[in-house]
Design a protein around this ligand. Structure first.
Ligand code: FAD
Length: 485
């Protein structure tokens, strides 16, 4: 009987349970589907498409070299495509890894499951993350995760026969939100391995110290996130190689850095677990006490200025423009961009999160929406952290180099004033040949007063009995005890 191995967010052959089980016996049809409607969603973009294209190119090459096979690539309505190939190739079983994505894909999977049931086709689904699927026990989450991450990598070796059907390569036909890309990380497993090696062998030396600035973070962070999102490399493989590196002779700082890196791999699954347990966090406040807080006050003008990097706060604008061109920025700057939108500009995270989903090549709904809600104060269980964009600017871009590169309007402004150009006197502006308010905007809101107003509004809710009761329930459901410790 014929089988399908359906590559989805697991574009690799090493440590891919679905693949290694599928190739054990019988004829297998390896497939990848570009879902037409998925790419039209307001969270999809050419960043994602470009990264996937490179990744499947690499997967295809590896399938060919290592197994003498081809990847069958399709574009269109996923369910219709599956119906067609299931009938054509008399498929009896499907193999794939479980995906934990957005509402669109979850609903699609339900329809597919129904179709397979009616056709009596067995859908074998494997869990590639340390997410507990049944009876989540928060007291055991960390132990279970450790058990998962330390299991052996699954390797496939076979003389299995593969079926060839078709190869779609007319990528220009795929309609998605176009972004004017400057430079984007290259997809594909080969690039993931190169990044992991260079990170473990040199780039991680000062990871912990350098991750917070967008300048040093670009090189000192692992940059593995889009590869993890699309499964070019498994978390287990990253963890395994990190542990191996840690058993060698390392400096104290390097060891601390790798410990910090390893814990982030657990956070990855911890956040995906939240989305799995409560898929509504994609489009609803986690804590209902905060409903109505921002929804009716959406200022389109502020939203546009934030999106374009024209808020009048140079560091915010530099970060947004950098992200919009490269598809990546470090954690702290993501948090600052969201905090500024949600607090100082008082914009609803449900709209701002869609824009950043498009810009993050690594868009991972579980992490994305959990972080958005944490940084917007709608969980009720996290401390309220409102980033001061001026302080961050002085701390993370001391000499203003990052600002001057990404906000060239300010390139002649002295380093000491580039963080707050509105402080330039009339005479200084004249001598620098810049008109603040015309060549570069004045701040669209006053940082001090907008921060105070936001803090007061959010505290009023946080201290209410209703918010406290709901927060307790959320803590019971979502917090993982040893991760919190
Ligand atoms: C508002 C907001 C939205 C975010 N959206 C995403 C997203 O859509 N996709 C995404 O992968 N990350 C997201 N993050 C988390 C984090 O910013 C990125 O994972 C990180 O910047 C990616 O760069 P890196 O691979 O070099 O990270 P490294 O620092 O090298 O970390 C290694 C890996 O650990 C995981 N990780 C790191 N930080 C976190 C974290 N705080 N929470 C969960 N997992 C983490 C990621 O898989 C990452 O690739 C978001 C953070 C914020 C504040």
């Amino acid at each position: 009987m014929n089988k399908i191995i359906w590559f989805r967010y697991d574009l690799r052959l090493i440590d891919n349970d679905a693949f290694s089980h599928a190739v054990k016996q019988g004829n297998t049809l390896p497939i990848f589907i570009f879902d037409k409607d998925y790419f039209k969603l307001d969270t999809s973009s050419s960043f994602h498409l470009e990264f996937i294209k490179k990744s499947i190119e690499d997967l295809e090459k590896k399938l060919q070299i290592e197994y003498g096979s081809h990847l069958n690539i399709y574009y269109g309505n996923t369910l219709e495509i599956l119906k067609r190939i299931v009938d054509r190739f008399k498929i009896s079983e499907i193999y794939s890894n479980k995906i934990f994505k957005n509402r669109y894909l979850t609903d699609l999977d339900l329809k597919i499951e129904e179709f397979f049931l009616t056709k009596k086709i067995k859908w074998n689904v494997f869990n590639q993350f340390g997410v507990q699927l049944n009876h989540r026990d928060r007291y055991k989450w960390s132990n279970n995760w450790n058990q998962f991450i330390n299991t052996d990598l699954s390797l496939a070796k076979s003389n299995c026969k593969f079926i060839f059907d078709q190869k779609f390569n007319n990528f220009d036909n795929i309609k998605t939100n176009q972004i004017n890309i400057n430079s984007i990380q290259d997809g594909g497993r080969s690039n993931a391995i190169k990044l992991l090696d260079s990170f473990l062998n040199s780039r991680s030396n000062n990871y912990q110290k350098e991750m917070s600035s967008p300048i040093s973070g670009e090189n000192s962070c692992s940059r593995l996130s889009p590869h993890i999102t699309y499964g070019n490399i498994s978390l287990k493989e990253i963890y395994y190689k990190t542990k191996k590196k840690m058993s060698s002779e390392l400096s104290y700082t390097n060891k601390r850095s790798l410990i910090a890196f390893k814990s982030r791999l657990a956070w990855h699954c911890h956040f995906i677990q939240k989305l799995y347990d409560e898929p509504e966090i994609e489009y609803q406040n986690l804590n209902k006490a905060y409903d109505g807080l921002r929804e009716n006050n959406f200022n389109e003008k502020y939203f546009l200025a934030w999106k374009k990097g024209n808020t009048g706060y140079p560091f915010i604008d530099a970060c947004m423009r950098y992200l919009s061109k490269t598809g990546w920025i470090n954690f702290r700057m993501r948090a600052m961009l969201v905090s500024f939108a949600s607090y100082q500009l008082w914009l609803d995270w449900k709209k701002t999160s869609k824009h950043l989903a498009k810009l993050f090549t690594d868009y991972e709904p579980g992490i994305h929406y959990s972080q958005f809600q944490m940084q917007s104060g709608t969980t009720g269980i996290n401390s309220i952290r409102i980033y001061n964009p001026i302080k961050q600017s002085h701390d993370q871009d001391v000499e203003g180099k990052f600002i001057k590169k990404w906000v060239p309007e300010l390139k002649n402004v002295p380093d000491t004033l580039v963080h707050e150009p509105w402080k330039l006197t009339y005479m200084e502006q004249k001598s620098l040949n810049i008109d603040i308010g015309k060549d570069y905007p004045l701040p669209i809101v006053d940082n001090k007063s907008s921060t105070k107003l936001a803090k007061d509004k959010i505290w009023n809710i946080k201290k209410s009995e209703n918010a406290k009761i709901l927060s307790k329930e959320i803590l019971e459901k979502h917090a993982s005890l040893s991760l919190r410790r």
